[in-house]
Design a protein around this ligand. Structure first.
Ligand code: NAG
Ligand code: NAG
Ligand code: NAG
Ligand code: NAG
Ligand code: NAG
Ligand code: NAG
Ligand code: NAG
Length: 752
């Protein structure tokens, strides 16, 4: 009866709180709590480039002046390392050009790709003089070949500048700055006949490159289409009528077999087209800017979806967002959409509007396909000037690409999103779900799933310190692990660790597609087999979060506590979920917050307990799911009055005596310490440190002032018999406040 009443009350509270809770991670856990591993090497930083070598069982980690080969299954285990340091000469040159010797004039590894022959292609900033090399891993050693290739246009000069690259069929595609000042952006293919972007603001306007992805659209294409390389970046917009600079997110693409034009666009892309990428976030005026992108494909390229994280360009907003784009929608805009064209409005002002004139054939910016071949255009070199001039002057499409369902998958207030990767999980019923892992600026990773528009943040795992943003995320299919890097460490964690869900309710309400509650084993386990009919002994309810099949659990055993009137008691009770509400009852009546009772997030504080405080206290957590409340009892305490009850006084008396005894001991200690301090002061004066006199005096005052709390500390520690820690300062007082058995916190000083 009573639980029912309480449930009704709480469901009211929960309903109003739901919108807020929406972006709260259900659980907050540490890397350690999630069976993770950490790697850091003394004296080496900036672990922001990674290459998975599942074939070798290695994680190749690019850092500052070094590349590591780490064990893919335990990255703490370093298997090999190779240094790539800049020469003194290079460093001097760099510093003479006005760059910071210690920070900028170093070699930051920025490009790492696996080549067909098993070697790796690696580039570094090399003290503002980018350079590339080949690297191999043989007999447990990493070796650089020391063939210093020019890295201009492949790797940034400036280690703080964003860049993107991809190695497709042995050819490097890169997006970065090609000059020392970082002012000349380029999107380039580094084959023998290298092809690049035109240096015009209509092509690239102060871009910030974030990602590049190859999509094999040419495979078995009925239209005889070509593979595409998609590029994601943000840049200064040309299409806004605004006095201030507005930035927008972009997706651009080039065709793999683009060879440039014959006369027009010689050795320049003939297929560079770009458009705006929208990620609508309610109540914001300026567009959000893309920070990272992940290509997720579940079958052939038509199934590919790009997941991207966005942050606001005005630092006034604290929201971040995730949007997903279907490849078909991007393709539609590029191959069917209208172009934008510049129109001079005033003498120096150009407005970009929709182009409604005639579009030449072959379509500007299109890859060579069967239709073009039939008309005699078998290479981009054959394209007519009309087509080439059109695209040279109008690389921007009129229509923007909208995300799937026209809304953001997730909008969250708090630390900015920095990176994203997406894994696929097969649930018990055989359905597959995309699990997003989102890195944040506060060193954590959010694990997020969207169930038919209902976005659930399953957990937030703290990988690094709050001040260390996640700079890179990689996903390994082979090990089912996530790898992350910050400037000062690299971390690894499993995509799921079902073991940390403690009960059936916890396991099922988590809605983690990787986990289910095995009724036979009475344990939360990884989903290993598919059961579409739901006849197995495993419970999982992803869409509904329905835990009604969970067996009722035995009630928790009561912990007996004896208290003294006037004391302060803390009854601990940790909620298993951030979405749960804590409820306290004493002798079946709800505990109401008052001067005496303070309901905390992790327990109940009873202040200046009176004789009426005794009773049976129960703590339950209530979690709402699918408009149902699930109550689980977390802790039970039996509080009994100590002193006034016969039979227990004898039990208490020695304790009090012991306390008094230890107090005397500690007081003696304090006196001794004070004498020592005074002696020290005297000695200082004697030594003629008169300049220090006022300081010493104030120190003495401080010590005297500290005597009082120290005494309190003695009384507290005495309960634990912790008399040997007598030389502790005020901190001891704080430590001792936490009871020995960590269930009870009793402030005994008031008893005495
Ligand atoms: C490299 O790491 C250090 C230490 O965290 C950081 O201060 C510095 O900004 C990083 N450098 C780059 C280029 O990211
Ligand atoms: C991971 O590797 C480190 C270093 O080799 C080792 O100390 C640690 O025990 C390993 N951990 C596991 C779980 O294997
Ligand atoms: C891709 O897969 C879908 C369904 O899985 C199929 O209908 C389509 O024909 C395939 N396309 C190509 C180009 O193979
Ligand atoms: C991951 O592995 C599964 C099968 O184990 C495969 O179907 C899928 O394509 C792989 N994904 C990636 C990104 O390699
Ligand atoms: C559930 O646990 C039992 C006992 O450990 C095991 O035999 C069974 O295979 C498990 N069921 C599933 C579906 O994993
Ligand atoms: C608490 O006290 C009750 C009766 O006073 C006793 O039955 C129970 O075993 C005690 N519990 C513990 C954990 O000591
Ligand atoms: C504690 O409670 C008693 C009576 O219940 C009251 O007389 C006393 O002033 C209270 N002490 C404090 C510190 O609030």
């Amino acid at each position: 009866m009573l639980p029912f009443l309480v449930l009704c009350l709480w469901s009211l509270v929960l309903l109003t709180a739901e919108q807020v809770l929406d972006s709260t991670a259900r659980k907050t856990i540490s890397l350690h709590g999630n069976s993770g591993h950490l790697f850091r090497e003394e004296g080496v930083w900036n672990y922001s480039t990674m290459l998975l070598r599942e074939d070798l069982g290695l994680l190749i980690l690019g850092a500052r002046e070094a590349v590591f080969a780490l064990d893919l299954s335990n990255i703490t285990h370093k298997k090999a390392m190779v240094k790539w340091q800049v020469t003194q000469d290079m460093q001097d040159k760099c510093s003479h050009k006005g760059k910071d010797l210690e920070i900028e004039c170093q070699n930051y590894i920025r490009v790492l790709h696996k080549m067909a022959d098993g070697r790796m292609y690696v580039c570094g900033t090399n003290a503002f003089s980018p350079s590339c090399d080949y690297m191999s891993y043989t007999d447990g050693r990493l070796t650089l070949e020391n063939i210093h290739e020019d890295g201009k246009g492949k790797c940034p000069f400036d280690p703080f500048q964003r860049y993107a690259s991809a190695l497709v069929d042995g050819v490097l595609y890169s997006a970065t700055s090609i000059n020392f000042l970082g002012s000349e952006p380029v999107v380039m293919r580094s084959s023998t006949e290298s092809i690049r972007t035109d240096f015009k603001t209509s092509w690239l306007n102060e871009p910030n490159f974030v990602g590049m992805e190859h999509v094999a659209e040419g495979q078995q294409s009925p239209e005889g289409d070509d593979d595409k390389i998609y590029l994601f970046f943000s840049e200064t917009a040309v299409e806004y009528d605004s006095y201030s600079k507005v930035e927008v997110s972009r997706v651009a693409r080039v065709c793999k077999n683009d060879m440039g034009g014959q006369r027009t666009l010689q050795r320049k892309w003939t297929s560079f087209v770009k458009t705006r990428l929208d990620c609508p976030v309610p109540d914001t005026s300026l567009p959000f800017l893309i920070q990272d992108v992940f290509r997720f494909c579940s079958g052939n390229w038509t199934s590919c979806v790009f997941y991207a994280v966005f942050t606001p360009q005005a630092h006034t907003s604290q929201y971040s967002a995730v949007c997903a784009y279907e490849i078909a929608d991007i393709r539609q805009v590029f191959s069917m959409g209208k172009f934008k064209t510049p129109v001079p409005v005033e003498t120096s002002f150009v407005k970009w509007v929709m182009y409604s004139g005639e579009v030449p054939f072959p379509r500007p910016g299109a890859c060579i396909n069967n239709e073009a071949r039939d008309k005699g255009f078998s290479r981009t070199l054959d394209l007519p000037d009309r087509t080439l001039q059109f695209i040279r002057d109008r690389p921007l499409m009129d229509q923007a690409v909208q995300p799937i369902s026209d809304v953001a998958l997730l909008v969250r207030r708090g630390p900015a999103f920095t990176r994203i990767v997406v894994a696929s999980a097969t649930a018990l019923d055989g359905s597959s779900h995309q699990v997003m892992f989102i890195g944040t600026a506060s060193g954590s990773v959010l694990k997020v799933v969207n169930y038919d528009g209902d976005t659930v943040i399953i957990e937030e795992v703290q990988l690094f310190k709050l001040s260390e943003p996640v700079k890179i995320l990689r996903l390994s299919n082979a090990t089912s692990q996530l790898y992350a890097g910050s400037e000062v460490a690299a971390a690894q964690m499993p995509l799921s660790s079902c073991g940390h869900y403690s009960s059936c309710l916890d396991c099922v309400l988590a809605r983690d597609p990787y986990c289910g509650w095995n009724l036979t084993a009475n344990h939360c386990t990884a989903i290993s087999s598919i059961d579409p009919d739901g006849h197995s002994d495993v419970i999982q309810s992803l869409r509904d979060g329905d835990a009604t099949r969970c067996p009722s659990v035995e009630s928790v055993k009561a912990v007996n506590i004896t208290f003294h009137p006037g004391s302060t008691i803390k009854l601990l009770c940790e909620p298993g979920s951030n979405l749960a509400r804590m409820q306290w009852h004493v002798d079946q009546r709800p505990v109401i917050s008052s001067d005496t009772f303070q309901i905390l997030r992790d327990g109940l504080l009873i202040i200046n307990a009176s004789t009426e405080a005794s009773g049976l206290y129960t703590c339950s957590s209530v979690e709402s799911s699918n408009s149902r409340d699930y109550v689980s009892q977390n802790a039970v305490y039996e509080l009994r009055l100590g002193a006034s009850q016969s039979g227990e006084t004898s039990l208490l008396l020695p304790q009090v005596q012991k306390q008094q005894h230890t107090m005397v001991v500690l007081q003696v200690m304090v006196v001794l310490l004070s004498i020592m301090l005074v002696a020290l002061v005297m000695w200082n004066i004697y030594k003629g440190h008169f300049g220090f006199f006022p300081q010493c005096f104030s120190q003495g005052q401080g010590a005297q002032g500290a005597q009082e709390p120290l005494q309190v500390s003695c009384e507290n520690t005495s309960r634990e018999g912790n008399t040997s820690n007598n030389n502790h300062n005020r901190r001891a007082e704080f430590h001792s406040a936490q009871g020995k058995d960590s269930k009870i916190q009793q402030n005994t000083d008031q008893i005495l």
